[in-house]
Design a protein around this ligand. Structure first.
Ligand code: VIB
Length: 209
């Protein structure tokens, strides 16, 4: 089992609770309440801003040209199509332009700030890996897509071969970096991974007041 697979196995009960969350089930069924989706997306807009900053740190701290360019290309994608969905979704749902971060969002912002400021590629990769892999996982259900674009596009942004290849790159980079890291760095990566998985579950919970 690779280092990344080991971390995922170690967090399996929380990971599976997030991937099988009520929010995910309702999104797939197309039955998620507009107010719940609006609350979730307004929080995710705050998340996404800091996520883009974290991707910027990954571009800066990568120790090889190939991965640096792959991360830079993904940064462009997130700033483009994902932002476009947010604009249309929040316009339709009528979410207030400014919102305060709920506790799990604040936890994520702190975690991403910590990883970004450390400048440690290993730390940055670990946080990116959880955020992307867990989303690929819940969005890859073998189930018919919901009809409404509001639900369908949020799923489509997180699945498909290009997104799967991006997650694969994060996973192989994490494994490569961990293989060269000392025990203290690997312990820190495991801690960051666990914190991020806990926050992903809490983030879905927070969509339901
Ligand atoms: C709380 C939360 N965690 C993870 C993601 C996943 N994610 C963040 S940016 C992005 C675009 C692709 O790089 C994806 C899939 C999210 N949206 N919200």
């Amino acid at each position: 089992m690779s280092f990344a697979e080991h971390l995922r196995a170690a967090t399996a009960s929380t990971w599976d609770a997030a991937v099988g969350h009520r929010f995910v089930a309702e999104l797939w069924a197309g039955t998620v309440d507009d107010a719940v989706l609006a609350r979730y997306l307004a929080q995710d807009a705050l998340f996404l801003d800091r996520f883009v900053a974290l991707l910027g740190q990954a571009v800066a701290s990568a120790d090889r040209t190939g991965p640096r360019l792959a991360i830079a290309r993904q940064l462009g994608t997130v700033a483009g199509e994902e932002d476009d969905y947010f604009g249309r979704a929040l316009a339709r749902l009528g979410t207030p332009p400014t919102v305060e971060p709920l506790a799990p969002t604040q936890g994520f912002l702190d975690l991403m700030d910590e990883a970004r400021r450390s400048g440690a590629y290993a730390d940055v990769l670990t946080v990116l890996l959880v955020a992307e892999w867990l989303y690929l996982d819940w969005a890859s259900r073998p189930q018919p897509s919901p009809r409404d674009w509001l639900h369908r596009e949020w799923i489509d942004l997180h699945r498909g071969s290009a997104f799967a290849a991006w997650v694969e790159l994060l996973r192989t980079e994490t494994d490569r970096v961990a293989a060269h890291a000392d025990a203290a760095t690997r312990d820190r990566m495991a801690e960051l991974f666990t914190r991020a998985v806990d926050l992903e579950l809490a983030f879905f919970d927070a969509a339901y007041p």
